[in-house]
Design a protein around this ligand. Structure first.
Ligand code: PA5
Length: 463
C-alpha cells in the first residue's frame, strides 16, 4: 500500500505559526470526517450524485469489453491517437507515462512487444496538430476520440480534421475501422455521429465527470491498447477503496491529506498546493492532479448558495528538476504553500554512477546510484523546507506499477471528494469552465448562442 507521512506539516516540526496540531485536529474533525466518508459511500450508487467514479474499480463488464476489443485489434495498428481534452486526456497521459517503458514511442516494435505507439492531442495548436498528422501514417493509426459531452469544440474540431484525412486515405468505408469513440451512452453529437457512421464505441458512464473518469473506458481502453495490465490497476483501486472506506481519520490517508490541505488553506493561509513527484514517470500525475484539484475545489458558491470564492491553487512541480527552478521561492518566498512530495521507494532500474573522476566537488558521487541521489534530494529538500518552516506531506509508492499508480490516483480522487465536503461546495460541477465553453461556441457561430455572441461582441469592443 501507499504510505503517507504528514509529520512535516505538524507544529512540533515547523512551529505553531505555520504548522498544525495534527493529532488535535484529527480528534476535533473525527466525527465530521467519519460522517463525510460514510455519506460518500452511501450516496455513491445514487443517480445524480456524480459519485459513480467510486465504483469504476469494480466494473468487470467494462474491463471485459475493453480487453476483448484490445485483443481484436492487437497487431493491426502501429499507432494509437487519442483525441480529448481536460479530463478526457489527462488521466490517460498520466498513467501511460507512468506505466509504459520510458520513451515508448521511440522504441522498436519488438521492444514494445508489438504494441502500438501512443500519442495524445489535447490541444488545438494548429502547428502541433499538423506536425503530428504529418509524421503519423494514418492508415496504421487507430483514432480514439474521447468526449463525454460529445461536442467539446477542441476535441470535435480535431476529430473533423483527422476524420477527413483518414477518409481521404482509406476511403469512406474502410476508414471507420480506424475510429473508436468514447462518449456518453445516449446523448451528444459524437454519439449520433458514431451511430450514423458505425464506429465502435465505449461509454463514459453516467455520473462520472471528466476529471474522475480515468478508470472508466476513457483511460482503460488506451491502456489496454498499449498492453498495460488493467487488472493490476483495478486491483490497486479496489484495495485502496477498501482502505479508504475506513471512517476513522487515523486510518484513512485520503481523509488525512484532505483535512491537512483544507486546514492549511483556511487556518494557515497556505492556499497553494504543490504536487511534486520525484520521478519523471509521474510528471503527468501532477498535471492530472492540478485539474482534479482546481476544477473540483475552485468554486464561487457553497452548497447554501453563498458566494465564498474558495479553492486552493494547485501547482505542478517535478523533483529533482524543479529544485533548480521553484525551490528557492518555496524556501524563501511567501510562506503560502503546502508541498505534496511523491516519493518512489524502488525504481525499476538501479543505475550506478561510475567512479571515473576524483575531483573533490563530484568524486563523492562515484560508486553511488542515481536512485540514492534522487531520494537523497527528496529527503534533503523536505528537511530544508522544514528548516524554513514550510509544510510538506509525503506520499510514498513502493514502486511504480499499475497497482500503486491505480492506488495513488484513486486516493487523490477520494481526497478531493472529502476536501470538497470540508469546503462545503459542489465538487463535481464546473460552471466556470462551462461559461468559457459557451463564449467559445458563441464566438465561433454555434446556432442557439446568438444572444451570447451579441453580448460578447459588445464586451470585447469595450475593452
Ligand atoms: O473534468 C471535466 O469535466 C472537464 O475537464 C472535461 O473533461 C473537459 O472539459 C472535456 O469535456 P468532454 O469530455 O465533454 O469533451
Amino acid at each position: 500500500m501507499l504510505k503517507f507521512d504528514y509529520k512535516n506539516a505538524d507544529a512540533q516540526i515547523i512551529g505553531q505559526e505555520n504548522g498544525l496540531n495534527i493529532s488535535e485536529e484529527f480528534s476535533q474533525y473525527k466525527a465530521r470526517i467519519a460522517e463525510i466518508i460514510a455519506d460518500l459511500n452511501k450516496r455513491k450508487d445514487k443517480p445524480g450524485q456524480w459519485l459513480q467514479w467510486m465504483n469504476l474499480g469494480y466494473s468487470e463488464e467494462t474491463v471485459w469489453y475493453v480487453k476483448e476489443y484490445a485483443s481484436m485489434v492487437r497487431n493491426r495498428f502501429e499507432n494509437i491517437l487519442v483525441l480529448g481534452i481536460g479530463g478526457s486526456a489527462l488521466g490517460g497521459m498520466a498513467v501511460t507515462e507512468a506505466l509504459l517503458k520510458p520513451y515508448w514511442n521511440l522504441l522498436t516494435p519488438e521492444q514494445r512487444d508489438n504494441f502500438p505507439r501512443i500519442f495524445f492531442l489535447d490541444n488545438i495548436d494548429p502547428d502541433t496538430i499538423n506536425g503530428l498528422l504529418d509524421v503519423l501514417d494514418l492508415k496504421k493509426t487507430l483514432v480514439n476520440v474521447i468526449t463525454k459531452s460529445g461536442s467539446t469544440a477542441e476535441t470535435m474540431s480535431q476529430f473533423m480534421i483527422v476524420k477527413s484525412r483518414l477518409e481521404a486515405e482509406l476511403g469512406e468505408d474502410e476508414y471507420r475501422k480506424n475510429v473508436v469513440a468514447t462518449t456518453d451512452k445516449e446523448t451528444g453529437v459524437l454519439r449520433q455521429i458514431a451511430e450514423q457512421e458505425g464506429y465502435k464505441t465505449f461509454v463514459v458512464p453516467d455520473d462520472v465527470g471528466g476529471r474522475f473518469s480515468v478508470f472508466s473506458a476513457v483511460g482503460l481502453l488506451p491502456f489496454a491498447l498499449v498492453g498495460i495490465d488493467i487488472d493490476e490497476i483495478t486491483n490497486g483501486i479496489k484495495d485502496m477503496d477498501l482502505a479508504l472506506k475506513n471512517t476513522d481519520i487515523n486510518e484513512n490517508i485520503a481523509a488525512q491529506n484532505a483535512l491537512i490541505q483544507y486546514l492549511m488553506d483556511t487556518k494557515k493561509g497556505k492556499n497553494l498546493s504543490v504536487m511534486m513527484p520525484y520521478s519523471s514517470r509521474l510528471k503527468y500525475v501532477s498535471d492530472w492532479y492540478v485539474q482534479l484539484w482546481a476544477e473540483s475545489l475552485g468554486k464561487d458558491c457553497d452548497k447554501f448558495g453563498n458566494h465564498v470564492h474558495v479553492g486552493p491553487t494547485p501547482i505542478r512541480a517535478l523533483g529533482a528538476t524543479d529544485q533548480h527552478s521553484q525551490i528557492q521561492l518555496y524556501n524563501e518566498g511567501p510562506n503560502n504553500k503546502i508541498i505534496n512530495f511523491v516519493r518512489v521507494e524502488e525504481f525499476d532500474t538501479n543505475l550506478e554512477i561510475p567512479r571515473i573522476f576524483e575531483y573533490t566537488g563530484i568524486g563523492y558521487l562515484g560508486g553511488k546510484t542515481i536512485n540514492d541521489l534522487i531520494n537523497a534530494e527528496a529527503d534533503s529538500t523536505r528537511v530544508a523546507l522544514a528548516d524554513y518552516a514550510r509544510p510538506t506531506v509525503t506520499i510514498t509508492l513502493p514502486r511504480i506499477d499499475g497497482y500503486h499508480v491505480g492506488q495513488l490516483l484513486y486516493m487523490l480522487e477520494v481526497q478531493t471528494a472529502i476536501a470538497g465536503e470540508l469546503y462545503n461546495i459542489n465538487t463535481f460541477n464546473q460552471p466556470g469552465v462551462e461559461q468559457a465553453k459557451n463564449y467559445t461556441y458563441a464566438l465561433m457561430g454555434r446556432a442557439g448562442y446568438e444572444d451570447s455572441a451579441r453580448v460578447l461582441q459588445a464586451k470585447m469592443a469595450s475593452v
